[in-house]
Design a protein around this ligand. Structure first.
Ligand SMILES: [Zn+2]
Ligand SMILES: [Zn+2]
Length: 442
């Protein structure tokens, strides 16, 4: 399906630059949704593979030049920023320095990003900058590649798995190989593809019986119990007389419901991306509920706060209500069929913390498994500490750890390009404490 390739490149661009949280992270990753430009929608390559590096301000791609402008306006020179801090500390003040820091207009010749206010400050800081320079160079070239207009074969995804072929979820390489993804012959392709697949495959890798997460190492006993309940539904014994071509929604004994709360980028992915999750569970019908003010279906002009999309064995529900309202309507919940995913929720973040407070007790009350991710170690630990300090009656299902299916693409904080993050870098799991396990109702 080569037709889907260019639009997926746009998705990859948008998810790469769209922040996670409405306030803080929107500015963390990007000033605004980049506009579609002519370069993304044609097959005729406008940039050759040997010509992907450009200083941001001199890029042939308008959106990249806009990014340079944005950094020059809102970013900071590392040396100026540090001097400001030192000055503030010396005088015991918390107020920002009177003297305004200078905008970063000097572009590093190696990564093309405007990193410092002058060549002088760049030279002073070169030793520290080299730690991030390689990542920035990679982002620069990836971004030009996504908009190069080449046919992006890596986004031509495989269809259903043959029944006899086992899927290996040990890591991205084995997953992509055993699922028959073609044209995954460069790290760049892996970065592009992992960035859109991190959401469905993070979910799939936790739930699947071939999960890379094991008892003792990553999962607690409670974690294994919760996943065993879900796998009971997800991997039913073969039902006689059922073939793969039949409509699974009519034959599946139960539908597994995945609730993505505070959904943002994950809800903007085209439905066929989530089919890569469904292919891991060929006999299961899914409902994926994206709940939150930014849960918006892709390619829609409708402002309806509640929308349904049916796509093969998945029903997508997009709802903009507050979770407390939604919870009442979506219940009752059952740990055998229902699971919650919170992608980079920012449970401890000042901008989103209060919003989550009434939600977490409701989720714990369902006794269903709850998994969360964070964009770096600090982000994960902030959320984990917030949960631990709240004194909830709960059990850990999965100790916080690096997510095997994190995005391999780095994203950079445009207000301070020294900071980078990876979508779904880490993962953890919890559940409200329960004292007995009831068998599934048949
Ligand atoms: Zn400076
Ligand atoms: Zn550099």
């Amino acid at each position: 399906m080569p037709k889907t390739a260019p639009s997926l490149a746009i998705v990859a661009i948008n998810t790469a630059t769209n922040g996670r949280r409405s306030l803080s992270l929107k500015s963390f990753f990007s000033p605004r949704k980049p506009k579609k430009d002519a370069f993304t929608s044609q097959f005729e390559p406008v940039l050759e593979q040997a010509n992907l590096f450009h200083p941001l301000s001199k890029s042939p791609i308008p959106a990249v030049r806009q990014k340079a402008e944005w950094i020059s306006k809102h970013g900071s020179c590392a040396v100026c920023k540090d001097q400001e801090h030192e000055h503030g500390h010396k005088h015991g003040e918390h107020k920002p320095e009177q003297k305004k820091r200078k905008a970063p207009t000097y572009e590093c010749p190696d990564c093309g990003y405007p990193t410092h206010c002058s060549e002088e400050h760049y030279q002073m800081d070169k030793d520290r900058h080299k730690h991030i320079c390689g990542i920035l160079r990679e982002i620069n070239e990836d971004e030009h590649d996504l908009r190069s207009g080449r046919r992006m074969k890596e986004f031509e995804f495989p269809g259903a798995q043959h029944r006899d072929e086992a899927i290996n979820l040990s890591n991205w390489d084995t997953f992509l190989y055993t699922r028959g993804f073609l044209s995954m012959n460069s790290e760049r392709s892996m970065r592009h593809v992992s960035h859109v697949l991190t959401y469905p495959i993070t979910i799939g890798s936790v739930l699947h019986q071939s999960s890379p997460y094991r008892l003792g190492k990553d999962l607690t006993v409670e974690g294994l119990k919760s996943l065993a309940a879900l796998r009971h539904t997800l991997h039913p014994a073969v039902i006689p007389g059922i073939t793969q071509s039949q409509d699974l929604r009519t034959i599946a004994t139960h539908t597994v419901r995945i609730f993505c709360l505070g959904a943002r980028a994950e809800s903007h992915l085209p439905p066929h991306i989530y089919m890569q999750l469904a292919y891991l569970f060929p006999t299961t019908a899914f409902q994926i509920h994206f709940v939150g003010p930014d849960a918006i279906p892709p390619h829609t002009k409708s402002k309806d706060p509640h929308q349904h999309v049916h796509y093969e064995q998945i029903t997508f529900i997009y709802d903009n209500s507050r979770y407390e309202t939604y919870h009442a309507e979506a219940g009752p919940f059952n740990p055998y069929y229902d699971v919650f995913f919170l992608f980079s929720p920012g449970l401890a973040h000042p901008a989103t913390k209060d919003m989550w407070k009434p939600t977490i007790p409701l989720l714990l009350d369902t006794k269903c498994a709850i998994f969360g991710t964070g964009f770096d170690e600090q982000d994960v630990m902030n959320d984990v500490n917030e949960i631990e300090n709240a004194g909830y009656e709960m059990d850990w299902l999965m100790k916080p750890r690096e997510n095997v299916f994190r995005s391999l693409k780095h994203e950079v904080n445009l207000t301070d390009v020294r900071q980078s993050a990876q979508c779904n870098w880490g993962i953890w799991g919890i559940r409200g404490r329960r004292y007995d396990v009831r068998p599934a109702e048949e």
